[in-house]
Design a protein around this ligand. Structure first.
Ligand SMILES: NC(=O)c1ccc[n+]([C@@H]2O[C@H](COP(=O)([O-])OP(=O)(O)OC[C@H]3O[C@@H](n4cnc5c(N)ncnc54)[C@H](O)[C@@H]3O)[C@@H](O)[C@H]2O)c1
Length: 313
């Protein structure tokens, strides 16, 4: 049997109505981040147990990254791990969240603090489902897409002749290749955090004010514009690299400036305490020989780069 985990608002979409081909129980969870709590997780796992799902059965997640993260974690912990299939319905889900086996829920202390690595047995992406995705959610996905484009060393000008389907395929292929080579993030997988040091800091400050202030992909876009400038300041890249990032962000209508109400000291503090850092300033940066994780960057240089970046606004 299959347990299909989704939300009421997705069931109401015109495209909903596919069949798993086997006996299926549908379980509904809240939409968006409200799904990613320990309480929703434990309710979901209890319901799965009540339906008697066995190790020979499968969990199918149909939804955005929040639902694929939640259902994936339920699949990781129920019976110490059962098979699951991801059917991501958002752009973030398709190009990022559903691939790679990271699953999690949020704790009060922060996002994704309770989770597990658990690989899906399959990921089904249908870009036609994205037609009903709200524009802002689409933009959020494009932030991760442009990151992949830049990690692939592609030129902004080529974005004009690239379809959304091409971008999804390129992003999935990149993440799948990197994750296959480095499942547990001991090497190249960390490059997927390009743009994320400042992005996480922006999100942390925004979250304290208003959950809707910034979407992850918007923060990543701003983080990419900053990271390439920091790389330039450190002598790793030239002006053309900065221009390419700015042009790529503009081509996809993504933000590239730091809004005024993010205070430098607060951003520096948040970046130093990023969960991917070791209490220092760590960035994924481009360079003449490709990307690298650069640790222990002098706080004075990052501060100056932030002030210069701010004055670009
Ligand atoms: N596991 C990972 O590697 C990984 C990577 C990136 C992001 N994430 C997680 O993914 C989450 C963000 O994912 P998201 O951006 O998809 O947000 P989301 O799951 O919150 O979905 C955003 C909104 O779009 C709606 N939606 C989804 N698909 C739709 C469709 N086709 N039509 C209409 N509405 C639709 C959802 O119901 C929700 O209201 C975060 O929790 C983040 O931590 C995980």
């Amino acid at each position: 049997m299959a347990v299909l985990v989704t939300s009421a608002s997705l069931v109401a979409q015109p495209w909903f109505g596919f069949s798993t081909g086997i006996e299926t129980v549908q379980l509904l969870v809240p939409d968006g981040e409200a799904a990613k709590t320990p309480e929703v997780l434990s309710g979901l796992v209890e319901a799965i147990a009540e339906h008697g799902l066995s190790r020979h059965d499968v969990i199918v997640a149909v939804g955005g990254g929040a639902i694929t993260d939640l259902a994936g974690f339920a699949a990781a912990v129920y019976l110490r791990g059962v098979a699951f299939v991801q059917v991501p319905t958002s752009l973030v889900g398709q190009v990022d969240a559903a691939i790679g086996g990271k699953t999690a829920v949020n704790l009060k202390a922060g996002k994704n603090l309770m989770g597990a690595f658990h690989q899906p047995i399959g990921v089904l992406c249908d870009t036609e489902l994205l037609a009903t995705l709200p524009a802002r959610e689409q933009g959020s996905g494009l932030g991760e897409v442009v990151k992949c484009w830049l990690l692939e060393g592609r030129q902004a000008a080529d974005l004009n002749t690239t379809t959304l389907m091409d971008l999804v395929v390129m992003s999935v292929a990149l993440k799948a290749r990197i994750v296959s080579a480095d499942e547990f993030e001991s090497g190249e997988r960390a490059f997927l955090n390009y743009g994320h040091t400042l992005a996480h800091a922006i999100e942390k400050l925004a979250l304290a004010r208003d959950v809707d202030e910034v979407r992850h992909g918007e923060a990543v876009a701003i983080g990419l514009a900053f990271a390439v400038r920091l790389a330039k300041k450190l002598g790793r890249v030239d002006d053309a690299a900065v221009q390419n990032v700015d042009d790529a962000l503009r081509a996809l209508a993504l933000p590239s400036v730091l809004p005024g109400d993010y205070e430098t000291n607060a951003l520096l503090d948040a970046m130093t305490h990023d969960k991917k850092a070791h209490h220092d300033l760590t960035f994924v940066l481009p360079g003449q020989n490709g990307f690298a994780v650069v640790n222990n960057i002098d706080a004075t240089i990052v501060r100056e780069a932030l002030e210069e970046f701010r004055s670009k606004s």
